[in-house]
Write a protein that binds this ligand. Structure first.
Ligand code: PGA
Ligand code: ZN
Length: 434
């Protein structure tokens, strides 16, 4: 048995220049591994709590020295001597030690750092790649990535209400070809934006963030870019939206503050998506199409469009097994977004993935808008075998780190590597094409 011998935490910066934690776990045989914690901007209300110092004199209150001291103090004292290969027992202990329902006392950033660092050390210790160590040594499915090529909403200063406009190369024969198609489309999009006189500075997730005039213009520009790059929209590459509508929801209505200032009731919002899909059949998934607090809106959306496209719950499920189970019971969404730091332990994250699998829901592994060079989610996506991930555009080092990690995995798996594009495309398109 390899025991946990030491935990160290370092206050580092994330991709937005805000503090976050890097946690290093050392085992009794000297094996060590580090995990770095991400951070969201458009967070769900029921996410586990990211502990910040609140000391305005340091990083505007965003320092994480308290979380660091929890890792090196209380947490280390209790888990020193724990079996590094028993992730479930470790994560259970971390939850008990925290003692709150949302990890507010020790901090989900402190807890996730420890949970992931130990999981990575355990993989090292057993001589396995991280994706194989995460539970399934036969894991070989590389997910279809969703590349966030145009940013709006709270991720960019523009006139676009919706947060993310993504492309997914589902028609590619293998992952590396899909990555190439997306990168070529990204460059074509840059040329299209230039031609139209728009800026090509990028937002938090590496997508362009120009001052576009409407919420539909990004779709038009993306379709043009896909064609310019020599691909077929709706076949080689499809479109995915994350409008992050919890950010638009005010007093029971959806307010399109940044574009045309219109207000929409939940029923009108569902109608809006339906008519958008009629006009743009290249759209095959919408994440957070209605707000986290709009439960009946979610049911209506699922009833209306659930057999046509993927409807992914992010802010409403927050990778929380209890909220997810309830949502499934209530007929909400048909897929879940999976973010490790929304819940704070690896075990609870894997539990959500299992619930999705056994309920016929999709599961999409996801980064946060604040990231580091940590690539754990790439391995998690292969281990999960659910076939989809979103981790930003084909620009910005912290996003590329994950996409490059899949290239390594693809090479390592050799002829055993499978690419999820076609499988996932068929599964979700059948009812649309019928
Ligand atoms: P966040 O955005 O990381 O800022 O929460 C990503 C998302 O909404 O999916
Ligand atoms: Zn989202």
């Amino acid at each position: 048995m390899s025991e946990i011998a030491k935990l160290e935490a370092l206050e580092i910066l994330d991709s937005r220049g805000n503090p976050t934690l890097a946690v290093t776990a050392t085992l009794s045989n000297g094996v060590k591994a580090t995990a770095k914690v991400p951070s969201g901007a458009s967070t769900g209300k029921r996410e586990a709590v990211e502990l910040r110092d609140g000391d305005k004199a340091r990083y505007g209150g965003k320092g994480v020295l308290k979380a660091k001291s929890h890792v090196e103090g209380e947490i280390q004292n209790v888990i020193r001597g724990f079996d590094a290969n028993d992730q479930k027992a470790l994560d259970k202990k971390l939850c008990e030690l925290d003692g709150t329902p949302n990890k507010a006392r020790l901090g989900a950033n402190a807890i996730l750092g420890v949970s992931l660092a130990v999981a990575r050390a355990s993989a090292e210790d057993r001589g396995l790649p991280f994706y194989a160590s995460l539970g399934n040594e036969a894991a070989n499915l590389i997910p279809a990535p969703w590349f966030n090529v145009l940013n709006g909403g709270s991720h960019a200063d523009s006139n676009v209400d919706f947060q993310e406009f993504m492309i997914s190369p589902v028609g590619a024969p293998r992952y590396s070809e899909g990555l190439r198609a997306a990168a070529e489309t990204f460059h074509a999009l840059k040329a299209v934006l230039h031609k139209n006189g728009y800026s090509t500075g990028v937002g938090d997730e590496g997508g362009f963030a120009p001052e576009l005039k409407s919420n539909e213009e990004p779709i038009e520009l993306i379709l043009e870019a896909i064609q310019k790059a020599g691909y077929k929209p709706g076949k080689d590459l499809v479109i995915v939206l994350d409008p992050a509508t919890s950010e638009l929801f005010e007093d029971g209505s959806y307010v399109f503050e940044k574009s045309d200032k219109s207000r929409k009731s939940p029923a009108q919002m569902v109608e809006f998506w339906k008519s958008l899909l009629d006009r743009y059949p290249e759209i095959w998934a919408i994440e957070d199409g209605v707000a986290e607090d709009d439960h009946s809106g979610w049911q209506q959306l699922t009833k209306t469009l659930g057999d046509r496209i993927q409807l992914i719950g992010d802010d409403n499920f927050v990778t929380n097994p209890t909220l997810f189970r309830q949502g499934i019971k209530d007929g909400v969404a048909n897929a879940i977004l999976i973010k490790l730091n929304q819940i704070g332990t690896l075990t609870e994250t894997l539990e959500c993935i299992e619930i999705a699998r056994s309920s016929g829901y999709g599961a999409v592994i996801s980064h946060r808008s604040g990231e580091t060079d940590d690539t754990s989610i790439a391995d998690l996506a292969v281990a999960a075998g659910m076939g989809q991930i979103k981790t930003g555009s084909t620009s910005r080092g912290e996003r590329i780190a994950k996409y490059n990690r899949f290239l390594e995995i693809e090479r390592e798996l050799g002829s055993k590597a499978r690419y999820a594009g076609a499988t996932i495309y068929d599964r979700w398109q059948t009812s649309v094409k019928a």
